[in-house]
Structure formats: C-alpha cells, structure tokens
Write a protein that binds this ligand. Structure first.
Ligand code: TGC
Ligand code: FAD
Length: 406
C-alpha cells in the first residue's frame, strides 16, 4: 500500500477560531447524529432565550422560577429517554446528556429541576411502577403539568442511605408513613414525591406521595449560597395515609433508588461540563479583551496556561461523556463507570469555574459574569448524588473488591 492510500493521519494544522468559542476540540460533532445536533442547538437556543437573561437575578434573589417547569415540559427536557407513549421523548442517552449539558450551561439549579424530574421521579415510576401508575403520573410529569421530587436523604443519613429511618406500616387498606427527608430538590413546589422508606421488615420500597395527603408537608430550606434558583426543602411525614396502589411494585431494596441515581449521575457528568464550557468561554472572551500592561491578558503565559488546561480538561470530559453515552445506549454502562465520570467531570468543572473567576479578576465576583454562580452551584453538585469521596470509594471497591465505606 502506498503512503498516499494509507490510513489518513494528520489533517489540518489547526482548527477554526470559532471552535474555541463552543469548544469541540476533538471534533466530537462528527460522532453526533444530525438529530443530536438539532436537539443540542434547540436546547441551547432555549437556554439563551429563557434562562440566561434572567438567571443572575433569580439566583441573587433566591427565586425559583416555577414557570420554567411548563417550559421544560414543552421542549422535552423531562424524561427524554422514556417511551413516547408515556409522554417521554423516546431519545437515546447521548441526547439526554446533551440536553443536560445545555441546560447546565445556563445554570446547575435549572439542570437539577430537569434531572430530578426525569431521572429521579419519572424513571422510577417508569421502571418500577405499575401500568396504572405510569399512565397516571408520567404524562403529567413529562409535560410539566406536575413537578416531582425524590426523597432519599435524611437528616442523619446522607452518604449512607441504607440507614434510613423513614418507615411505613401496613394498616390493611393503606400504609402509614412516618419520618423526614432533607435536602430535597424541588420539594417546596412538588406535586408528587417518590419517597424511599422501610417496611416493618426493614426492606426499602418506593412510594409515591402526593401533595395534599394529610400529614405531608414540604418546608423550604433557606439561606443556601448554592443552587439559589432551585427550590430545596424537606419532606415531613406525620402519620401520612398512603394508598396501597402508590407503592412501586417493580423493585425493592437499596438497589432501586441506586438505579435512579445511576441515571441522574450520568446526566450530571454531562451537565457539569456545560457549566465548565460557559466558564471557559467567558474566560477566553475576557482574556482577549482585557488589557493590562498594554496588552490583552491573553498574551501572558500564565493566562494561556489556565485556558489551555481548561480546554484540555473539557475535551477529556467530553470524550468520557460520549463514550459513556454509547455504553448507556448499548445497556453496558456500569455504576463505577458512571461514578468515575460524575466525580471527574464535576471536579474539573469546579476547578475551571475557579480558574475562570481568577481570569476575570475583580469582575469575576460580580453577577455580570456567570463564574461565581457556577462555582457556588458546583459546590452542591460535587456533594449531591454521591459526594466526590463516595464516588472515589465506589471506584476503590471496583478496583479492589473491598468496600471501604464502613
Ligand atoms: P451496598 O451494600 O453497596 O448496596 C446495597 C444494595 O444495593 C445494590 N446496589 C445497586 N443496585 C443497582 N444499581 C446500583 N447502582 C447499585 N448500588 C448498590 C447492591 O447490589 C446491594 O443489593 P443487595 O441485594 O445485595 O442488598 O450499599 P451501601 O449501604 O454499602 O452503600 C453504598 C454507597 C455508599 C456507595 C451508596 O449507598 C451511595 O452511593 N451513597 C451516596 C448516596 C447518594 O448518592 N445519595 C443521593 C441522594 S439523591 C440526590 O442527591 C439528588 S440531587 C438531585 C439534583 O438536584 O440534581
Ligand atoms: P454526609 O454523608 O454527612 O458526608 C459528610 C462528609 O463525610 C462528606 O465529605 C463525605 O464524603 C464524608 N463521608 C461520609 N461517609 C464517608 C465514608 N464512608 N468515607 C469517607 N468519607 C465519608 N438528596 C435527595 O435524596 N434528594 C434530592 O433531591 C437532593 N437534592 C439535594 C440538593 C442539594 C442542594 C444538596 C446540597 C443536597 C441534595 N441531596 C438530595 C442530598 C445529597 O445527596 C447529600 O447531601 C449527599 O448524599 C451527602 O450527604 P450528607 O450531606 O448527609 O453528607
């Protein structure tokens, strides 16, 4: 075979400048379908129109813009991988990832609203619910007519959900639910809550609890410095009578909520890189425009180092997401693979937000730029859905076969 017909190697000397505006340094667009690219651009346009102009004000005022719920429903942001017959999008996992990426480019709290609804409320009803439950809840959740939340964490049981004390007793014609959940995204405005609780034998089950059930309250958590545009609260159950048909019959045990977390953590791995890209893009623009010592600060080696490292980490994370997405599509992704991506990508996003803030100097602390908001949001993202260290231990367990949680 002659040199000319051998497998091509190097192509162009460099990429077009606009590649750096929306970084796609390793030309992943070549791997996305036209449908993927269309979904990405339509969500990106939606975020530019409906979130970016207002998010700073919402976050500063700690205001959850409830009207976004219906709008997310209209654009198909809720349950994109769920079958269309239940109101979902019937899309693949790359599409789901791209939707989370573009929403979190706008704000992590907005992505929380969407990923809780899709992965933590619709997914368990879809996966473990009866046909009647699917038909009752999924279309209303998909359209944004109803908002949902997911109650796993308790005041004394965060990283170790298996220790939960929320419980229900079989009273013959209904269940009696008691206990409390804490740190629950969407709870203050939720119409339905997927709640994980133990039965009399200590086995964990999922129950769908509806707003209006006597003894069920959702007090809001105030004073957060993070995810300020997302509503967070408690779920309090004081002798709540839950109809028997509200128990999710398809799966019990901790594995059921953990499967939901796999789906949500996958979305976060993509979402965090959306936030990172927003920070990087802002830093690149600022560095080119800001003059100090008579030159753009982009001409200084230390600033170039920061930008180069940001682009490197974003590119590695994009490749990780794409490969994980293809494994998800094939039904082959594992929990530790998802942990690796969630842990890595949120960590690098947080570092990128911090570095980007530095490039903006004093301006970086103002609401004129998105850096501080992303940075503070990511402090929650690195903690929820399994902390940075818990994911490290999940990987340690996979590598050694020895669980180091206890
Ligand atoms: P462990 O002994 O490992 O497992 C107990 C049982 O669960 C099974 N299991 C899974 N099954 C399916 N898929 C998975 N991913 C599974 N992970 C575990 C496991 O096979 C076992 O089953 P069986 O039948 O043998 O009993 O459990 P452990 O108690 O030692 O805990 C392990 C640990 C620490 C890794 C885990 O519990 C954990 O990940 N902790 C972190 C908790 C967490 O992530 N909480 C998230 C709350 S929700 C949230 O944060 C939403 S934020 C949303 C937003 O706003 O975006
Ligand atoms: P802890 O478990 O008390 O951990 C504290 C520290 O100890 C962490 O650094 C942790 O890594 C470390 N640690 C714990 N155990 C170990 C160990 N074995 N080895 C080494 N280190 C360890 N939960 C829900 O159920 N639904 C929601 O919608 C939801 N939304 C949230 C929204 C926000 C804004 C936040 C902040 C949290 C949310 N959470 C939600 C809860 C979240 O999942 C928990 O905060 C998280 O799982 C950690 O639990 P914890 O806060 O109790 O911390």
């Amino acid at each position: 075979m002659s040199a000319q017909t051998a497998t091509p190697g190097l192509g162009k000397k460099s990429l077009k400048q606009d590649t750096f505006e929306h970084p796609d340094f390793y030309q992943l667009d070549d791997l996305f379908t036209e449908e993927h690219k269309l979904i990405r651009s339509s969500i990106r346009d939606f975020v530019k129109r409906e979130i970016s102009p207002y998010i700073e004000d919402w976050a500063q005022r700690a205001h959850f813009p409830y009207e976004i719920v219906k709008k997310f429903g209209d654009i198909g942001a809720f349950g994109p991988t769920i079958l269309q017959e239940y109101g979902g999008g019937g899309l693949d996992y790359i599409s789901y990832g791209l939707i989370m990426q573009e929403i979190e480019r706008g704000d992590s709290g907005m992505r929380s609203t969407a990923s809780v609804q899709g992965s933590l409320v619709m997914y368990p009803i879809y996966k473990f619910g009866s046909e009647a439950q699917r038909k009752k809840y999924l279309p209303k959740l998909a359209s944004g007519e109803w908002l949902g939340c997911f109650g796993l964490t308790e005041p004394d049981h965060g990283s170790n959900p298996s220790g939960m004390v929320t419980n229900f007793k079989d009273m013959g014609d209904h269940y009696l639910l008691n206990g409390a959940k804490m740190w629950i995204s969407n709870s203050p405005r939720a119409d339905v809550a997927v709640v994980w609780a133990k039965n009399e034998t200590g086995r964990i089950h999922g129950l769908v609890v509806e707003r209006g059930m006597e003894g069920f309250t959702t007090p809001e958590t105030h004073g957060k410095w993070s995810l300020r545009a997302s509503a967070t609260g408690e779920l309090v159950f004081d002798n709540v009578k839950v109809p028997k048909e509200n128990l999710l019959p398809g799966k019990s045990g901790l594995g059921a909520p953990m499967m939901c977390l796999d789906s949500a953590r996958y979305g976060i791995a993509w979402g965090a890189i959306g936030a990172a890209m927003d920070c990087y893009e802002s830093a690149r623009r600022y560095a080119v425009e800001r003059i100090q010592f008579g030159k753009p600060i982009a001409s200084f080696q230390l600033v170039q180092k920061k930008l180069s490292e940001m682009l490197t980490e974003i590119t590695k994370a994009q490749l990780l997401n794409w490969r994980l997405g293809t494994l998800m599509n094939e039904g082959k992704a594992t929990t530790p693979q998802i942990s690796l991506a969630k842990r890595n990508n949120v960590h690098v996003a947080l570092e990128i937000a911090r570095e980007a803030r530095q490039i903006h100097g004093g301006m970086g602390i103002t609401g004129e730029y998105p850096l501080m908001r992303h940075m503070m949001n990511l402090e929650s993202v690195v903690t929820y859905e399994g902390t940075h260290d818990i994911h490290l231990l999940i990987l340690g367990n996979e590598i050694t076969g020895i669980p180091a949680f206890v």
